[in-house]
Design a protein around this ligand. Structure first.
Ligand code: JHZ
Length: 393
């Protein structure tokens, strides 16, 4: 039923940054292939990695590392408080608390299986369950009070088993409550040729048409959809139980569905075309590196993202192309990118006397980063950006 359309080769686990002492150890790899399910329009990776291998006490990604994300979570929390006045909010995948910290401590509960991250919010006094979301946990949290709002950003697309996700949500959510989920938009990903949205953690990249099909089985329905600029273009879905008549289904849902259908997200041929363009994008990126490397320009990477892992390993880029990466995340600094083994250094403002070109691993924060590095750019520093197509800026 699921037909493969994209092969991104053997890949290491995207967020498994290596310590120096493990550089000579053999890394675990898996075949990264992406497929389309004709029946429910879902796009997913074909081989999944056990969750415990990815989301554990050493998880390196922190949502609070960018001003853009902090602002986005803050503004959205404000909106939720004003519009819904929830008494109990549950966040599935609360990471380091970028979202929950905007709520009153007794009105919010975080769920975060990565113990190092859960520890951060626990220490700040936010009730956080350091466990994987599922039926048992949902019952435990809502034993005395159901949630009127469940929020989950960039997390549900990371959980393979829909029964586990949505049955638990149905259990935890009050009948008049709402579920809001936010994940990268498949339409944006395909339009922008952002093939690096596919890696071990991103089991699914959702479209509205696919999510609608999946939700039906759990008697849940989308009643609104909003676009956000985060992570290269995401959709924020507002979902309710189908028995809940408090919220009318807004026109925006049908408009988004029409847009996706007219782009062809329901057709396999669309994904075949995408895969062809991905190959072209790889060749173009390699040409850029080959030309800059032959001129002996000093090239570094900016933002050691999970997405970078896909790009570097798919394109076969390594230390001979990029000297090192800068990143602000404490958990990544002084480690090495998986696969390519490019070292990661503590971020310093870019200096044109030391660096000629920076490959923008964190292309989704281009605006924020270009603002921060305006002096480098003014003095002739350049960036390589590969989304929506490889170019030097
Ligand atoms: P960023 C992660 O993906 C993994 P990644 C995960 N699977 C997911 O879905 C998304 O997040 C949400 C650094 N940085 O957000 C910080 C700078 O160094 O694109 C981060 O390491 N300087 C959960 O890793 C990285 O870049 C800066 O100025 O693809 C950004 O990672 C900024 C803005 C960021 O997610």
């Amino acid at each position: 039923m699921i037909k493969k359309f994209l092969d991104l080769g053997y890949q290491p686990l995207a967020n498994s940054y290596l310590l120096k002492k493990y550089l000579n150890h053999k890394e675990e790899t898996f075949k990264l292939e992406v497929g389309f399910n004709k029946k429910n329009y879902l796009v997913s990776i074909l081989k999944t990695v056990p969750k415990e291998k990815m989301f554990n006490k050493d998880y390196p990604y922190k949502s609070s590392e960018s001003i853009t994300m902090q602002k986005s979570f803050k503004n959205f929390a404000k909106k939720i408080i004003n519009n819904y006045k929830p008494k109990l909010v549950i966040e599935i995948g609360s990471n380091d608390g970028a979202f929950i910290k905007n709520f009153n401590k007794n009105s919010v509960v975080g769920v975060e299986p990565c113990k190092n991250l859960a520890q951060i919010t626990k220490k700040k006094g936010y009730k956080t369950y350091s466990d994987y979301w599922g039926l048992k946990l949902a019952s435990k949290i809502t034993r005395n009070q159901k949630a009127d709002l469940i929020y989950s950003a960039n997390t549900l697309s990371h959980i393979e088993n829909f029964n586990e996700i949505f049955e638990s949500i149905n259990k935890a959510l009050s009948d008049k409550g709402i579920l809001i989920i936010e994940d990268p938009s498949l339409l944006k990903c395909i339009q922008n040729l952002a093939y690096d949205q596919f890696y071990c953690e991103h089991i699914y990249v959702f479209s509205t048409i696919a999510l609608r099909e999946v939700l039906k089985k759990f008697n849940l329905e989308i009643f609104d959809v909003e676009k956000t600029n985060t992570h290269g273009g995401s959709n924020r879905y507002y979902i309710k139980k189908d028995t809940n008549s408090l919220y009318k289904i807004r026109n925006r849902v049908e408009i988004e569905i029409k847009k996706e259908l007219s782009f062809g997200l329901n057709k396999f041929s669309t994904y075949q075309k995408f895969a062809k363009k991905v190959k072209k994008s790889k060749n173009e990126l390699l040409k850029i590196f080959s030309s800059l490397n032959s001129k002996k320009l000093r090239i570094i990477g900016y933002g050691a993202t999970a997405k970078s892992c896909t790009v570097l390993n798919y394109c076969g880029l390594g230390k001979s192309n990029i000297k090192y990466f800068y990143d602000t995340t404490s958990y990544k600094i002084n480690k090495y990118l998986p696969g390519s083994k490019i070292p990661i250094k503590k971020y310093k403002r870019l200096n044109h006397k030391e660096i000629d070109v920076a490959f923008l691993g964190a292309w989704n924060f281009k605006k924020e980063i270009f603002k921060k590095e305006k002096s480098f750019i003014k003095k002739g520093g350049r960036f390589i950006v590969h989304v929506p197509y490889p170019k030097i800026i």
